[in-house]
Design a protein around this ligand. Structure first.
Ligand code: GDP
Length: 356
């Protein structure tokens, strides 16, 4: 499963945020037999299409798509040289597909900052530096090998050049992701800074609706995505029922919980999209890679569906809503039969035909 690693300096609110993520309880509620590891939080991706589908189909249950977050403790200054739990940290983060850095913006005299002052720019720089140093080590080791190989084998030369370019970028203090390098030839190096980055700015409660501050923080990390939230507030919100939560949200000028925004941004950053299935038992969003074909989408439900794939009966969510029912959509000619080369679109409502 694709996951997003949560990193950040000490005392920025990682545990507080992670606690809220794990207590959103989507796994326990919907997948009772799943084992949940303590450092893994699974969060629903908000999708207002699902309740509408469930209404048409009179579904008993709604199963949203999810995003998995992994708490990667132990990133401190010097981690790339093995300080703290440096090496453990690096191997944990290598397994994730994207990185979310929690950055402290909130001021609180009772919560010390490791560097003595609250400075988002400096914190981002500190973390980036550790990741860059770790990548430089990886790159230097790879270069020794690639230089040897490139002398014998022409194919290795393109890769050598790609890795040399990465080294230049890293030496210049930039991440591979921010530099926008083509990472295809770098793939098997599993560079940390090649992973897509999300910044989670942990602000005070009275800053969550501050548009000016938000614009500044976003500009600081663009083109990477920024999510601005108050981790402490989120951890309180998660314990309330829906009506209470909505009231509290509105009182702070927010329309949506920060966790929901984080889930949506995370999902998008991972390059994922959903298709939908619906019936009396459940209305459900399934997660696929953007660009996945119909058989690949079927394989998400069951490998037999992919192996025995014949065709997919597909209606777009909007067409289905406009028609009001599957039957009416069929009568209106809105339901298509798609074959094995069809590339799925976000929000396709699907029924697969397959051989077993
Ligand atoms: P970690 O070391 O990054 O995991 O940080 P923690 O989540 O343990 O938070 C450190 C301290 O900051 C705790 O006392 C939290 O209650 C507090 N804290 C976390 N988020 C916020 C916030 O948004 N505002 C304020 N005022 N305090 C927070």
């Amino acid at each position: 499963k694709l996951s997003i690693g949560i990193v950040g300096l000490p005392n920025v609110g990682k545990s507080t945020l992670f606690n809220a993520l794990t207590r959103s309880d989507i796994l326990a509620a919907n997948y009772p037999f799943a084992t949940i590891e303590p450092n893994v939080g699974v969060v629903a991706v908000p999708d207002d299409r699902l309740p509408k589908l469930a209404e048409i189909y009179d579904s008993e249950k709604i199963l949203p798509a999810t995003v998995t977050f992994v708490d990667i403790a132990g990133l401190v200054k010097g981690a790339s040289e093995g300080a703290g739990k440096g090496n453990q940290f690096l191997s944990n983060i290598r397994e994730t597909s994207a990185i979310a850095q929690v950055v402290r913006v909130f001021e609180d005299g009772n919560v010390t900052h490791v560097d003595g002052k609250v400075s988002p720019v400096d914190d981002i720089e500190t973390i980036n530096t550790e990741l860059i140093l770790a990548d430089l080590q990886t790159v230097e080791n790879a270069l020794k090998r690639l230089e040897r190989e490139a002398r014998m084998n022409k194919d290795a030369r393109a890769k050598l050049e790609a890795v040399q370019t990465a080294q230049e970028v890293l030496n210049g203090g930039r991440t591979v992701f921010a530099a926008g390098l083509d990472t295809e030839l770098l793939y098997d190096l599993h560079l940390l800074t090649a992973k897509p980055f999300i910044y989670v700015f942990n602000v005070d409660e009275d800053q969550v609706a501050d548009e000016e501050l938000a614009a500044k923080l976003r500009a600081l990390v663009a083109p990477a995505q920024a999510v601005i939230l108050d981790a402490k507030f989120e951890s309180e919100l998660i314990d309330l029922d829906e009506a209470e939560a909505r009231e509290l949200l509105e009182s702070t000028g927010q329309t949506e919980p920060g966790l929901d925004r984080l889930a949506s941004v995370g999902f998008e950053t991972l390059g994922l999209q959903t298709y939908l299935t619906a019936g009396p038992k459940e209305s459900r969003a399934w997660t696929i890679k953007q660009g996945a074909t119909a058989p690949e989408a079927a394989g998400e439900i069951h490998t037999d569906f992919q192996r025995g794939f014949i065709k997919a009966e597909i209606v777009s969510f909007d067409d289905l809503m406009e028609a009001g029912s599957m039957q009416a959509a069929k009568a209106a000619g809105k339901v298509r039969m798609e074959g094995k080369d069809y590339v799925m679109a976000d929000g396709d409502v699907v029924e697969f035909r397959f051989n077993v």
